[in-house]
Write a protein that binds this ligand. Sequence first.
Ligand code: CP
Ligand code: NVA
Length: 314
Amino acid sequence: MKHFITLDEISPADIRRLLAASVALKKRRSRRGGAGDVLKGATVALLFEKPSLRTRVSFEVAITKLGGHPVYLGPTEVGLGKRESVADVARNLGRWVDAIVARTFRHETVQELAQESGVPVINALTDREHPCQALGDLMTILERFGPLKGRAVAFVGDGQNNVSHALILGASKCGMHMRVACPKGYEPAAAVLESAKTAAASSGGSIRIVNDPKTAVSGADAVYTDVWISMGFESESESRRKAFAGFQVNSALMALAKKDAIFLHCLPARRGEEVTDDVLDGPQSAVLDQAENRMHTAKAVLAALMAPKVFAKI
Ligand code: CP
Ligand code: NVA
């Protein structure tokens, strides 16, 4: 693994290793550092074009706990592609820092940062994919239910957003049964589906796209939703609210899932829109475990890319 940009490029074995390391690091969290001084002397740039709470804080804390130093560059600072070209920013950063964690609008921007910087690049969310989120999601399902193979996950909402895409790719590599319920016109990208189908064929998993949330949720182990209006899609707010009106996760929909099913959401949530308060705050909700697990998985990804020898022993 040179970069962590898309789960398309991470093998099922590497996903399993990252998850196992994340679980091990979580167990050691009481000890300062957890994985020793894996990043001692290293500096990691956090280059963000969009706002963030979980991703920024979990990475800053993970880097600090591993002995490294984060440098945060927010949406108003660099002018990526405006004040300076993406390639020029990448070439400069590559001379100072040891890795780049980047949150961008265009997926191609993260790819270009990887190509031009000469240092490992981690995708902290693009319009196409949010692989760090999917890793935290899979870890949360793993710690609740044990082995992922055979588990059914229902994603209800915007099938073509970054969180849906990453989960589809990750789940299909882990032998899970992924069901996506979305309105017509909001289906996952064809390339993501094709890749997921190929992965599922060899992992024993499956992927199904439906337009009825009830069909997707019936008998599921985990029910997942995300905002209807992702960052950057604000101009489509009105049409999206109309299209997604029947796609709210509420207690009536949750009742169709398995009795011990969990509710997942990457957060931030728009309460009362894609999810009701009683589900988000209810006993089946695992959203805060998910948020916590972002930090443990961030540590694992950083170690895998920046200190592979130490990572192999975690
Ligand atoms: N889930 C997630 O990525 O949250 P932030 O946008 O707050 O980082
Ligand atoms: N799909 C959401 C995820 C936020 C973590 C967005 O892109 O805004």
